[in-house]
Design a protein around this ligand. Structure first.
Ligand SMILES: [Zn+2]
Length: 101
C-alpha cells in the first residue's frame, strides 16, 4: 500500500526517468542523424578485405570504384572491370581484358 512518501518518491522517480528517457532519445536521434549523414557520404560503406579499412567511393572515368583508405587498393564491383576496360580499349587494361576473356 502506497503512503504519501512513497507517492512522492514515485513521482520523483517518474520525473527522473522521463528526463533520462528524453536525454537518451536526444542522444539516439543525434546518433541516427550522424549515421544517416555518414551513410549518405559513403553509400553502403564497405571494408577493405585486405586491411579492414573503410572503402571510399571514387569516380574513375564516370565509373564508381571503391578505393581503400588504408592500403589504397582498388576494388571493382561485378561489371565495373568490364566498364573500365571497355572505355580503355587502347590501354594496357583494355588489352589485358580483351586478351584474357
Ligand atoms: Zn586496404
Amino acid at each position: 500500500m502506497a503512503n504519501k512518501w512513497d507517492e512522492r518518491k514515485k513521482a520523483q522517480e517518474d520525473e527522473y526517468f522521463v528526463k533520462k528517457e528524453r536525454e537518451l532519445l536526444e542522444k539516439l536521434k543525434a546518433k541516427q542523424e550522424g549515421e544517416a549523414k555518414a551513410a549518405e557520404q559513403v553509400a553502403g560503406q564497405m571494408k577493405c578485405p585486405k586491411c579492414g579499412q573503410p572503402l571510399e567511393a571514387r569516380s574513375f572515368q564516370k565509373i564508381e570504384i571503391d578505393q581503400c583508405t588504408g592500403c589504397y587498393g582498388i576494388w571493382l564491383d561485378a561489371g565495373e572491370m568490364e566498364q573500365v576496360a571497355g572505355k580503355e580499349n587502347d590501354s594496357w587494361l583494355g588489352r589485358f581484358w580483351q586478351t584474357n576473356r
